[in-house]
Design a protein. Structure first.
Length: 167
């Protein structure tokens, strides 16, 4: 009887505690402007809200509002990129192949998605991982395949690893 009384008291305290807390406790929503979000995808990047749209209810967001947009990256993989709203459109920075150092991928770590990496995403600076680097390639709609980075013209793309025939 004593244990059930203690459990009932703890449960009552928990219910009161949950009822008093705001629903979004612990989230960084204080910086998300719900009028700009307009019910679309919003992500926080370094404490700054980036919105998944530059229009809401037929009105443009203010020019300069941070946004995110899917784009085909230099390695032909579709990735999300950051941009800035201008006249209702998410404008992305021009990409330039301008990274001096290629990051090392420690063995045992997850393979990178695609073969391009951004050393300065805010300014659109990227480079390619070396040919032969193990990578992950997305095959639409939602299939992810292991591959290796292969030269394709001036690009380096993640090509599917073909398995040897079974015996």
């Amino acid at each position: 009887i004593m244990i059930s009384h203690i459990l009932l008291t703890m449960l009552s305290i928990l219910v009161v505690f949950i009822g008093v807390l705001p629903v979004d406790c612990g989230r960084q929503n204080s910086e998300v402007n719900q009028a700009l979000a307009c019910g679309k995808y919003t992500t926080m990047i370094r404490g700054v809200a980036h919105y998944g749209t530059c229009k809401c209810k037929k009105q443009n967001h203010p020019d300069g509002t941070k946004c995110v947009k899917k784009d085909t990256s230099p390695d032909d993989e579709e990735k999300w990129r950051v941009g800035t709203c201008k006249t209702g459109v998410c404008q992305l920075k021009q990409l330039t192949q301008d990274c001096k150092n290629v990051p090392k991928i420690p063995s045992g770590n997850a393979r990178p998605f695609g073969c391009a990496f951004f050393c300065d995403p805010a300014n659109g600076k990227y480079a390619f991982f070396p040919v032969g680097t193990k990578c992950v390639h997305k095959k639409p709609p939602r299939q992810y395949l292991n591959g290796t980075c292969q030269q394709s013209g001036k690009k380096v793309i993640c090509s599917e690893v073909k398995l040897p025939p079974a015996c």
